[in-house]
Design a protein around this ligand. Sequence first.
Ligand code: ZN
Length: 241
Amino acid sequence: MDITTKAIALRATDIKEHDKYILLYSLEHGKISVHARGIRKPSAKLRFCADQFCFGNYQISKSADHNVLKTCEQLQSFYSLREDIVVYYSACAIAESLILCTQEEQSEPAVFLETLKAFSSLTDGVNPYLVVLRFCLSLLQVEGFALTLGRCTMCGQKAQPSYLDLQRGGCLCMDCRNVDSIPVSPAIVTMFGLLDGIAYEKLNNLKFSSEMIKEALHLLDKYISHTFGATNTFGELLKLD
Ligand SMILES: [Zn+2]
């Protein structure tokens, strides 16, 4: 069966002499892996569609256990995401979150649209760290793993000071916390509240110190790594200034 779907290339892996597997995040089929035959030959016309963050209309021959790329029409290259190191690692963190947190071939149009908005915001000069935070909070919510901050997830009372419990995906108060709980400053609780659902174009109106931004990214990284599997790119992003 042939399908055509709008999709973004998240990652490509070399296989055989001239081929690649491209992991796409698509509108109609969610995360989908396709075999691109001959794409590494110098003469290959479709080389562009394995480029990280390429957004295109991908035509795929789909079967139960193997998807083969037939052709692709590029809609946007998002090449500029690769020109600045902070922007690049931010886009990588978004791609990695999609890879870790979403299921194979499960369509989630809201997540697809969020991804396009996040990438467009990165190319438009919106604060890249805030784009990553905004995107991941929203992704976690759609996937059913929203972070509950502010109120204790054990006893229900206002949790201030708050301690993040990775297992519960939320805060505990001083009385309910355990040895593994991670202290969360009240400013971070407020920050996550402000970021929740805000329009991407309004992110630059928010002012946070770089320490707060890094603490917030660090918390999200810990939560995503604990819940879905170890990340690589968040650590790289946190190392940059
Ligand atoms: Zn409590």
